[in-house]
Design a protein around this ligand. Structure first.
Ligand code: ZN
Ligand code: ZN
Length: 326
């Protein structure tokens, strides 16, 4: 569906921001992810989703404002680019993770996941997605209900909506998996686990501590865990039963090693622990939220996923959306 059809059917314009200056290849680059534009009389309000900081709109005849909605603290969702942006909006936990990662204070507006907020008169309710600590979905309640999920691990608390703007990290039918939490516990003693420091490390450390393990980890991991009162000792200072390190450092350590992931491209053995829905999970989430239209804004939806959904609903991808300067 063309972006303009969204205006007629749902009361907003989804679009991609085209950089005004040309990039190295001589073409204007596109800013990350997408933006949603709402028009009320002479005023224009943009929500930039997991994107670089918004800039002012060059039209003095109309009132203009923007907000950057940050779904979670992973770097590919651009929170770190919005630390100085007073119009950025993120959960308290996301802002805390970003502060530890960047060493800067988050200057935007914070909410607790589950809160309702009002941005320039538009009501937005936030929902947990259990992707990582602090991850949040945003339900924009305007002429229609527009749900922006970010990355999702558990869709069960998400509401119904008219337009679902979501991810497809595991959007291929090869990606069907069950988590291996029991294997994680069985293999933990004296092992080195490769885990993403943001998100996976906190979840894994929590599971291990609840099961009686003494956990140590790299600096970055112990610092991030301490935000949430999860005690991970610094491995330079103290030993533990199990060691958490970044996946790319795992090869440097001696002993038994595993990577905790659903991805298949690592050389060391893996234990399936994922922060995402699998292929079936994505389809179930769409059933659960029951939108008329799905926009995949992150990850890689396969043709089989799109075909599966298109029987009953409309599907758009980022490449289908209008490109506007911004
Ligand atoms: Zn993520
Ligand atoms: Zn992501």
């Amino acid at each position: 569906m063309h972006s303009l059809d969204f205006v007629d059917n749902f009361g907003f314009l989804p679009f991609r921001r085209k950089q005004v200056k040309a990039n190295r290849r001589g073409r204007p680059g596109l800013r990350p992810h997408l933006s949603l534009r709402f028009n009320f009389g002479d005023s224009i309000l943009d929500f930039h989703v997991d994107s670089s900081k918004g800039s002012d709109f060059q039209d003095p005849s109309s009132y203009y404002n923007f907000f950057n909605l940050i779904t979670h603290a992973h770097s590919d969702h651009y929170g770190q680019n919005n630390m100085n942006n007073s119009n950025a909006v993120a959960s308290v936990e996301t802002a805390n993770i970003l502060r530890v990662l960047t060493g800067k204070e988050f200057k935007g507006r914070c909410f607790s996941v589950g809160d309702s907020i009002k941005l320039d008169g538009i009501k937005i309710k936030t929902y947990p997605t259990e992707h990582i600590f602090g991850s949040s979905a945003f339900l924009i309640k305007s002429d229609s209900r527009i749900l922006i999920t970010g990355d999702v691990k558990d869709y069960s608390k998400l509401p119904k909506c008219d337009v679902l703007i979501t991810e497809a990290t595991y959007g291929n039918s090869d990606h069907i998996f069950e988590e291996e939490v029991e294997k994680l516990i069985e293999c933990a003693k004296n092992s080195v686990f490769g885990v993403y420091p943001v998100g996976k490390a906190q979840r894994t450390a929590k599971i291990l501590i609840e099961n009686g393990f003494d956990v140590c980890g790299e600096d970055k991991i112990s610092n991030l865990c301490s935000i949430f009162d999860i005690e991970v000792k610094n491995l330079d200072a103290e030993d533990g039963d199990v060691t958490l390190v970044s996946p790319r450092n795992v090869y440097q350590y001696a002993g038994r090693k595993f990577i905790l992931t659903a991805q298949k491209f690592y050389r060391v053995p893996r234990i399936v622990i994922s922060d995402h829905l699998d292929f079936i999970g994505i389809l179930e989430m769409i059933d659960h939220c029951n939108p008329e239209h799905v926009i995949f804004y992150h990850g890689s939806p396969s043709k089989s996923l799109i075909d599966e959904i298109s029987d009953e609903k409309k599907v758009s991808l980022l490449k289908d959306l209008e490109k506007l300067p911004g």
